[in-house]
Ligand binder design. Structure first.
Ligand SMILES: Nc1ncnc2c1ncn2[C@@H]1O[C@H](COP(=O)(O)OP(=O)(O)OP(=O)(O)O)[C@@H](O)[C@H]1O
Ligand SMILES: [Mg+2]
Length: 1107
């Protein structure tokens, strides 16, 4: 939000009147009272139009803070209460924005606050102008030039502890943007007499005290100085210390400032050496010495000080000593040397000290200028600040006061000229009729002083140049002659008899009626001071110094540049520089600060009416107000005027739509202000009398109260209405939010339903689409298949055709070949013998056979009978040969294999072969038996003594001796029996005792039955009616069933020449005594592991469970 601009005015909360132009009635008393009233309220600034009157508060006021700077920045001059910042801002802005060079003229008597005011102006401008590293450095250098110049050019006087003893004008230069570029300082007339002598209660220039208090022991030693003030004749002792001033600290400040301004270390050093030399010069004393020619001659009392000065400055001691004792006058070709008496020697010494110091001061200004000068050649805007001594009226006024007051006369003149000019210009600009203004023009006084023929300064110069005896009295006489008739010149000795009896005017004085009052001047010293004589011997001695700064300070001492012409007098020099200054100021827009000192005690809160009255008079402030008020007391642009008073008239309140001037006209008519009281300018209204303005102000005040009530009323109404509107708005917001919420819910419901419907439809559509796509795909596939079949048919047909073609071609080729063969044979038959073909055939056959056998030799498979490999047949016609050869080779390698066996082994293999023929692929037990060698005698009957009886009973060779299980016919349980097979019999014997239980001749064994399964059961069937058959057939079980059955078969065959019947069946009948029992083999559970179990089921059935 844009910051609301609050329009304020100087007229707001005014104490007394802020602008003296508004003073009513205008007289000295009311003027002083107004100042006093404001001063008592700490309002130290008051305006006279655009001139600022500043009263020294002698205390620090909180009105120079950065906040204040901001407050006054870019505000109109009359917008805020009077302030030096308002003037500075106005000057800076018209410099920056309107391209008008400015000058700020600060005047007032000593101690009135001129220097402080000039610093305030500079610091304000520094604060508001541009920023940046370079700009800040320029600012800093400009600001830091002040402490340096103050240290060398200011001193404590009875009027001011920090009195400027020189006039200063500083041009600050800006670029087109208003950023500072640099500056130029001009100095006017340093009060150099102070170097050698100070009035009671005053001090020499600050720098002397600062060096002695602040320099280090080391530095002092270098400068050949001692810290004790009392050691130096030039230092006034009675007030060496100033209350509240720390010389030592100030010394550091000065050195720092010199550094910032840009002084090199060696330059600073040189400056302090010169200062030390000046101080020490004061200690040189002379004594009279009579010479032979009877004249008095001065001699230096103690040469020690002289020696030190010479060491410090690099001057030949004898040269300086001579310069203090002799004076050489050169006229044309002649050179006359005269001795100096003691008084002259002191005069020469003091003149040297004064010159040295004042030239040093001027050099400092030049050096500072060098540092702060603008670096660019672009066009510059300039703001000049003039801090010059004010009008001085002392009891004893001398040449200096005369010069100073002359300067102030000139300034007053320029003030009058410019103010009136400005006033007049404004009237013309505004189209207001110009009325003549009565005022005092001090041009006549200026003329009295500066007129080239009859002016006082011209007289003085004439006197100084005149040959013969010239004294101050002869000068006064001359004045009395020439100026006697001037109405502002008063002298007792003049021809004019008016003052002959005026005892207040001593004979040695003359009086001038300055614009600010009468001043009486003592003529004593006028001539000398104007001459400002330094003996040439001294300047030459100085030039001879090896100290470069001192040498540079006295260029006229150079004998090569000897100039017999007298140097310009102090008066004429000053006149010239004042003339330049005036010319300079005339080109600029002036801004005035008039400083007033409220009391003589340098104390706060004391307002000495008489003292202020005196200053008001000589500053011509009333005059100032009168000039300003000559036509109209108050003027204001139409806009701010209308803005301020528009509430006083219905037509202009609250808004005036037309031009501001018309608004003001309406306003003034409405208020019935008499016509002679105001005048309408082009852009401003001019009010003749302050009364009218105050009447307007009173009316405004009353109206503002009414308006305040109105505003309050409206504000309350507005506040309630705003609250109501806000509530209404809130209600709408809440309702809208609720509606939104409800609609949102409804919408979501509809949306989800829609999505479901949509999804169904989409599903249905998708399925439809899928069906169509599938159908389409099937059609495509069918078409492809049909196409493939058709293509296949086509291809096959083509293939057939091609084959047919190929066959035909082949047939043709064969037929053709045969036919060709036939043809060839028929053709060539006559060339062959009848059996050549056969021979070739046989030979070829032979060769092929040979090759075949040779190859076969290399490709023979291994000798293993089970090796099935046999090389492939190479030729079809050898097919039967190849097979035969394979058979023969196999038989041969079998034979080879068999030939390796012993008889024993042969027997075993025979048995194994027998077993194979009997059981292979018939009995499941067989494959397990192939790997087991047939041992026959598993029991060692002959060796075991247990079976001795059994051995004895059997005398034949035992073929099988083995333990078998005999199955009990009644319950199927097994009992162990020894089974023996001999050549003729089968025997069963008790395993423990070896007693023979049964003996069956082999001829009685008719059959052996067994299952096809993996069990060891077998039945031995006996011939019916035989001796052994009484108990029935044997049902046995053995682990070596295959071996036993095979051996039984073989033995039976060899003994009886009959083949034993071996029945392999899972169900067979066994004869038990009278009954026939069926033995049935079933695949049973594995209750007893792998052992088959036998169980009698009933009379007719015995069941064997085979795992
Ligand atoms: N605005 C101010 N606020 C506070 N003190 C001030 C102000 N102006 C001046 N002073 C005090 O008054 C003293 C004298 O002021 P300043 O040196 O400016 O006088 P001057 O007019 O320059 O005198 P001179 O002509 O002797 O140089 C200052 O040292 C300071 O103590
Ligand atoms: Mg000053």
């Amino acid at each position: 939000m844009a910051k609301m601009e609050v329009k304020t005015s100087l007229l707001d909360n005014m104490i007394g009147v802020g602008d003296m132009v508004l003073l009513e009635p205008l007289d000295e008393d009311s003027f002083i009272n107004n100042l006093k009233k404001r001063f008592d309220h700490s309002e130290v600034y008051t305006y006279i139009g655009s001139v600022v009157i500043s009263i020294n508060p002698y205390r620090s006021l909180p009105i120079y803070t950065p906040e204040k700077v901001e407050e006054y920045r870019n505000r109109n001059f009359y917008e805020l209460s009077p302030h030096i910042f308002a003037l500075s801002d106005e000057a800076y802005r018209s410099l920056r924005d309107q391209d008008k060079d400015q000058c700020i003229l600060i005047t007032g008597e000593s101690g009135a606050g001129k220097t402080e005011a000039s610093k305030l102006v500079m610091s304000y401008v520094a604060a508001v102008c541009g920023k940046g590293a370079e700009v800040n450095q320029v600012k800093e250098q400009l600001l830091q030039s002040n402490p340096v110049l103050e240290a060398f050019g200011n001193a404590k006087t009875v009027r001011n502890d920090n009195s400027s003893r020189f006039g200063k004008y500083m041009d600050i230069e800006f670029d087109f943007k208003g950023d500072p570029l640099g500056g130029v300082i001009s100095n006017y007339l340093l009060e150099k007499s102070r170097v050698v002598k100070q009035p009671r209660g005053e001090r020499n220039f600050h720098i002397f005290y600062q060096i002695l208090s602040g320099a280090s022991e080391d530095f002092l030693c270098k400068l050949k100085l001692e810290r004790d003030f009392s050691r130096y004749n030039y230092l006034g002792l009675d007030s060496a210390k100033v209350n509240g001033v720390d010389d030592a600290a100030n010394f550091r400040t000065v050195r720092n400032a010199m550094q910032i301004v840009g002084f090199m270390d060696h330059e600073t050093q040189s400056v302090f050496e010169v200062v030390a030399a000046v101080l020490k010069l004061g200690n040189i004393e002379f004594k009279p010495e009579s010479r032979v020619n009877g004249l008095d001659e001065s001699k230096i009392k103690d040469k020690n000080e002289l020696k030190e000065i010479c060491e410090l400055t690099g001057i030949d001691q004898s040269v300086l000593e001579r310069a203090f004792s002799f004076r050489t006058v050169e006229a044309k070709q002649e050179k006359v040397s005269t001795t100096l008496n003691v008084a002259q020697a002191y005069y020469a010494r003091d003149a040297l000290a004064k010159n040295l110091y004042s030239r040093l001061f001027s050099w400092l200004v030049t050096r500072i200028n060098e540092s702060i000068k603008a670096q660019t050649k672009v066009r510059k805007k300039v703001m000049g600040v003039l801090d010059i001594y004010g009008f001085e009226i002392f009891e004893d006024n001398s040449f200096e006061q005369f010069i100073i007051n002359y300067c102030n006369e000139k300034l007053q003149q320029i003030f009058i000229e410019l103010t009136l000019k400005e006033e007049q210009e404004e009237y013309i600009r505004e189209g207001i009729e110009w009325t003549h203004i009565e005022y005092f023009n001090n041009a006549i006084i200026c003329d009295l002083i500066e007129n080239n023929q009859t002016g006082i300064l011209a007289m003085l110069d004439e006197e100084c140049l005149r040959p013969g005896t010239v004294t101050d009295d002869t000068f006064l006489e001359k004045l009395n002659q020439v100026c006697a008739t001037h109405q502002h010149f008063e002298s007792r000795m003049s021809k004019c008899s008016r003052f002959l009896n005026d005892t207040s005017l001593p004979h040695s004085c003359f009086r001038i009626q300055h614009y600010a009052g009468k001043v009486m001047y003592q003529v004593e010293g006028f001539v000398d001071k104007n001459n400002d004589l330094l003996y040439r011997d001294l300047s030459q001695a100085m030039w001879k110094a090896s100290h470069s700064l001192i040498k540079a300070l006295f260029p006229e001492g150079n004998p090569a540049k000897i100039n017999l012409k007298r140097p310009p007098t102090a008066g004429s020099q000053f006149k010239a520089s004042v003339a330049t200054l005036m010319k300079n100021l005339q080109t600029k827009n002036p801004n005035y600060i008039r400083c007033i000192k409220p009391n003589d005690k340098k104390a706060a809160h004391i307002f000495n009416d008489a003292l202020v009255c005196h200053q008001v008079r000589y500053l011509g402030l009333l005059e100032n107000v009168r000039v300003r008020r000559a036509g109209y007391a108050f003027r204001q642009a139409y806009e701010p005027c209308l803005e301020r008073y528009k509430m006083l008239c219905k037509q202009t309140w609250p808004h005036w739509r037309g031009p501001a001037r018309a608004g003001v006209e309406v306003l003034f008519n409405e208020l019935e202000i008499p016509e002679e009281e105001f005048s309408f300018g082009r852009s401003k209204i001019f009010i003749r009398n302050p009364r009218t303005l105050f009447k307007l102000e009173d009316l405004r005040k009353q109206r503002l109260e009414d308006l305040a009530t109105l505003i309050e009323k409206i504000y309350r109404g507005w506040k309630c209405r705003t609250r109501f509107l806000l509530m209404k708005k809130s209600q709408i917001v809440i309702a809208s939010w609720y509606r939104r919420y409800a609609q949102q819910k409804k919408y979501q419901k509809i949306k989800s339903s829609a999505i479901i419907v949509q999804s169904y439809i989409r599903g249905w559509k998708a399925r439809k689409l899928l069906r169509e796509l599938k159908h389409q795909k099937r059609c495509n596939e069918a078409a492809t298949i049909i196409a493939a079949y058709w293509h296949g048919t086509q291809a096959r047909r083509e293939l057939r055709r091609l084959k047919e073609e190929a066959r035909n071609k082949h047939a043709i080729a064969v037929i053709w070949a045969y036919w060709l063969g036939y043809k060839v044979r028929r053709e060539y038959r006559k060339f062959f013998r009848a059996n050549a073909g056969r021979k070739i055939y046989e030979f070829t056959l032979q060769r092929l056979m040979q090759k075949y056998f040779l190859e076969m030799k290399n490709k023979m498979p291994s000798l293993s009978p089970i090796d099935k490999n046999w090389p492939a047949r190479p030729y079809l016609f050898l097919d039967s040969t190849h097979k035969e050869l394979k058979r023969i080779f196999h038989l041969w390698r079998c034979k080879k294999y068999r030939d390796q066996f012993t008889d024993q082994q042969k027997l075993i293999y025979e048995e194994k072969l027998e077993a194979s023929e009997l059981f292979k692929d018939k009995k499941a037990l067989y494959p397990a038996s192939v790997g087991q060698p047939f041992q026959g005698a598993y029991l060692e009957i002959s060796k075991n003594p247990k079976y001795k009886k059994l051995k004895d009973a059997v005398d034949e060779k035992i073929i099988i001796a083995e333990v078998v299980n005999k199955i009990n016919r009644a319950n199927g349980k097994a009992t162990s029996r020894i089974f023996l097979l001999t050549k003729n019999n089968v025997l069963l014997a008790d395993q423990k005792s070896g007693n023979i239980k049964s003996e069956v001749p082999l001829g009685d064994v008719t059959k052996v039955s067994m299952s096809s399964q993996n069990d060891g059961f077998f039945a031995v069937h006996l011939k019916e009616g035989s001796g052994a058959a009484g108990k029935g057939d044997f049902l046995l079980s053995s682990d070596h069933l295959i071996e036993m059955a095979t051996k039984l078969y073989r033995t039976t065959l060899s003994q009886t020449k009959q083949k034993l019947n071996i029945e392999i069946s899972d169900e067979f009948l066994v004869q038990f005594r009278q009954d026939k029992v069926c033995v049935k083999f079933i695949q049973g559970s594995q209750k007893n592991g792998n052992i088959p179990t036998c169980k009698r089921k009933n009379n007719r059935l015995l069941e064997v469970a085979v795992p």
